[in-house]
Design a protein around this ligand. Structure first.
Ligand SMILES: Cc1cc2nc3c(=O)[nH]c(=O)nc-3n(C[C@H](O)[C@H](O)[C@H](O)COP(=O)(O)OP(=O)(O)OC[C@H]3O[C@@H](n4cnc5c(N)ncnc54)[C@H](O)[C@@H]3O)c2cc1C
Ligand code: HEM
Length: 655
């Protein structure tokens, strides 16, 4: 338990260590302020480092009122939540959760409320109908569920209208709608469709049908006779009717395509024995998803021929579907039209160590994009139907458009082979260094080239990193090929720097303060397993090292596969590296002017250094790579946002 005197002592010690006479002089006041702000049950648990952080905040907050405010807000966040009372812990977690997720929360709440309202509306409507006298609450439940089904079958198409979403991302709507979560919303709606289908089917088959069949004939004829052409149906009649058959077909199609759409099947986690192995993987998911067109047709037919509503104008399914279906149809039409327009001519292709293919294309007229966006690539020689997404690695101001493609599965391997052949046919540059096992093979096309396979592109499409200009500072973290979206951002920043310098050199001090909007500084951490990876973006790295005289971009390369940190060999390499660097400014590992570190970055230190260097700033943390690091980076962003005056906003790229 810390007493007020102990707190005072810590303050005096900390003030002496930090040479802060002012703090020392006011130690007693600060100590009592801190004690006042802390709840009695929290006092004993405040740790020395937390006190120090608290004090740093107080010292920087100068004015007494502000000081008091800072103390109380810091005191609230400083106490580790595990030490708080269960109620407080719960409350603070809830507040954090709401703060982080408010965009998702309001959207999901609105969606739930609309679903509930529709369910209740239909439920109540059927309670007043004659069918209720025969089937009771079962028919109300079945109809309520069906109403939400119509809504969600319509809404599910909106989060996958990529062109519309890309446009909307750049509008003020992005402040209230979490566009990055589009696929998650799509999945939530798919889940609700599955649940509503189950409820609707079970209510009909296990409850409504038996009651309808066993209803006394005179009651049936008086209540529902006209709906069934005055013939009481049997179970077989109901199943063989249009609604019965279309319903069964819909369930089969949905079960099939939903199963193949699950993460395990889509990512081929499930390994099926031959010849069923084709039923897993992205392509199987993709083609099975297209079967859902049939489900839409069946749904319209199903609801048109239902027994209980005869009048066409009461059949509302098409009304729900028409707008989203038209939207999505436009989306596909735009893609098709673009596909014809966007056959690109290839300017250069290169195959790098680590099986990465870079394709540099002429920018099609009208193709405008922001750094961080991605595009789809189709190569008919590999597959006439498949489109694969890749982040754009060129900057918007560059003359050409480029992507870097890492070989992963069938499609990327085949593409690499085709380009490999084309590159080998006319290798214009070949190089090998002592340390490199593989070589980089590059081919340039001076004029319209027929040597390269035909390539079509579609896009650009929006991604989280495109909003990087919103932040004062950027922390870009790429794992392996996950560096691609950030390369474009770095190039863009570099182009802006260069154009600023040009303007300044022409206009001198007149316009010396001219600055482009956007982040003032970027830190790029690139973690890769193989040394050869540095070849992929060596050009950019050298460009940064040479052109960035004001040190706006800080690059850190990490090589994780060679030796562990602290290993004698890594120390030796670091020494040789230093000597080499001192001699000619080139790092022996990356072959560029950027220093390479051996081992994984210490992320806590990275965050803490940034928080110290950029107080009161908004730092955009963008991460692209395997999901293993996501949690840690997200938590560090949260922790340092709460315990320092720097705000870290975490974004994950979904590769
Ligand atoms: C927005 C985005 C940006 C990307 N940027 C890059 C990049 O810059 N460089 C890079 O090397 N890779 C990038 N990828 C990953 C790349 O799209 C896949 O590696 C590639 O499609 C694999 O295809 P494959 O048939 O060779 O491999 P497969 O073994 O068939 O697929 C491997 C995995 O890739 C994914 N995938 C396959 N086909 C598609 C598709 N048509 N659409 C979406 N995902 C698919 C699936 O999750 C699948 O499990 C990006 C992915 C996304 C979603
Ligand atoms: C009635 C149900 C569903 C309908 C109508 C539907 C429809 C669609 C459509 C139209 C697309 C866009 C394809 C494109 O144009 O690019 C899509 C994409 C997608 N769907 Fe569904 N879907 C349904 C169910 C599901 C389910 C159950 C899942 C997963 C559990 C799922 C996961 C996905 C994913 C991950 C994508 C994105 C593919 C990509 O672009 O990477 N869908 N869906």
């Amino acid at each position: 338990m810390l007493t007020e005197d102990e707190v005072k002592e810590v303050i005096i010690l900390s003030a002496s260590a930090n040479k802060l006479a002012k703090l020392k002089g006011h130690a007693a006041t600060y100590a009592s302020l801190i004690m006042e702000e802390l709840d009695p049950d929290d006092r004993g648990y405040i740790e020395i480092w937390q006190l120090e952080t608290l004090l740093r905040g107080m010292v920087s907050a100068q004015a007494p009122e502000k000081l008091k405010r800072t103390t109380s807000s810091l005191a609230r966040t400083m106490i580790p939540s595990r030490y708080r009372s269960p109620l407080k812990r719960h409350l603070s977690k809830t507040v954090d959760f709401i703060h982080e997720n408010w965009k998702r929360i309001w959207l999901v709440t609105l969606w739930l409320v609309v679903n509930l309202a529709l369910f209740v509306y239909k439920f109540e409507q059927y309670k007043r109908r004659s069918a209720f006298q025969v089937m009771g609450y079962c028919v109300c439940v079945a109809k309520g569920a069906a109403e939400t089904l119509k809504l969600n079958m319509a809404l599910i198409l909106l989060p996958v209208c990529r062109n519309t979403l890309t446009t909307l991302r750049s509008t003020a709507l992005s402040h209230v709608i979490p566009f990055d979560d589009n696929i998650n919303f799509h999945k939530i709606m798919a889940l609700s469709i599955a649940i509503a289908t189950a409820i609707h089917t079970l209510a009909h088959v296990t409850c409504d049908f038996p009651r309808l069949i066993s209803c006394p004939t005179d009651k049936f004829m008086a209540t529902l006779g006209s709906n069934f052409h005055y013939k009481q149906p049997t179970y077989a009649d109901l199943l063989q009717s249009v609604p019965g058959v279309t319903g069964i077909l819909m369930i089969i199609i949905m079960s099939f395509s939903f199963t193949l759409a699950t993460h395990s099947f889509r990512r081929s986690v499930v390994k099926l024995p031959s010849p069923l192995h084709h039923l897993a993987g992205f392509n199987a998911f993709w083609y099975a998803h297209h079967l859902l067109v049939l489900a839409y047709i069946l749904l319209v037919v199903h609801s048109y021929f239902i027994f209980l509503t005869r009048e066409w104008y009461k059949k509302t399914t098409w009304m729900y579907l028409i707008v989203p279906v038209l939207f999505y149809a436009c989306e596909r039409t735009i893609r098709k039209v673009r596909e014809n327009n966007y056959r690109v001519s290839i300017v250069k292709a290169a195959i790098y160590p680590g099986n990465v293919l870079s394709i540099h294309m002429k920018k099609p007229p009208g193709f405008k994009y922001k750094s961080g966006m991605y595009l789809f690539v189709k190569c008919p020689d590999v597959s006439p139907f498949e489109w694969h997404p890749f982040s754009i690695t060129s900057a918007p101001g560059d003359e050409n458009l480029s992507v870097h493609i890492r070989t992963l599965g069938d499609w990327t391997s085949e593409l690499r082979n085709l380009f490999g052949k084309a590159c080998e046919a006319e290798v214009t540059s070949k190089k090998a260094t002592l340390t490199r096992l593989e070589t980089t093979v590059v081919a340039d096309a001076q004029i319209e080239d027929t040597r390269f396979p035909r390539v079509y592109i579609d896009g650009p499409y929006g991604a989280p990193a495109q909003n990087y200009k919103k932040y004062d500072i950027l922390l870009l973290i790429g794992l392996g090929i996950g560096a691609t979206p950030f390369i474009s951002i770095l190039k863009d920043m570099l182009n802006n720097l260069k154009s600023n310098e040009e303007v300044e050199s022409i206009h001198g001090s007149e316009i010396g303060s001219f600055k482009n909007n956007g982040p003032g500084r970027a830190y790029f951490y690139w973690v890769t397993r193989e040394q050869g990876s540095f070849e992929w973006f060596k050009g950019v790295m050298n460009d940064v090292a040479e052109s960035d005289r004001s040190n706006v971009i800080e690059m850190h390369n990490y090589l994780t596969s060679v030796y562990e940190e602290g290993d004698a060999r890594s120390a030796l390499i670091a020494m040789v590296q230093s000597l080499q660097h001192a001699k000619n400014g080139v790092d022996i590992v990356s072959g560029s002017r950027i220093r390479t570190h051996f081992a994984r970055p210490n992320w806590r230190k990275v965050f803490s250094d940034l928080a110290n260097a950029h107080k009161n700033s908004r730092i955009g943390v963008f991460y692209c790579g395997s999901p293993t690091l996501t949690k840690q980076l997200k938590e560090l962003s949260k922790e340092f946002s709460q315990t320092t005056t720097t705000r870290f906003h975490f974004h994950k790229e979904n590769f």
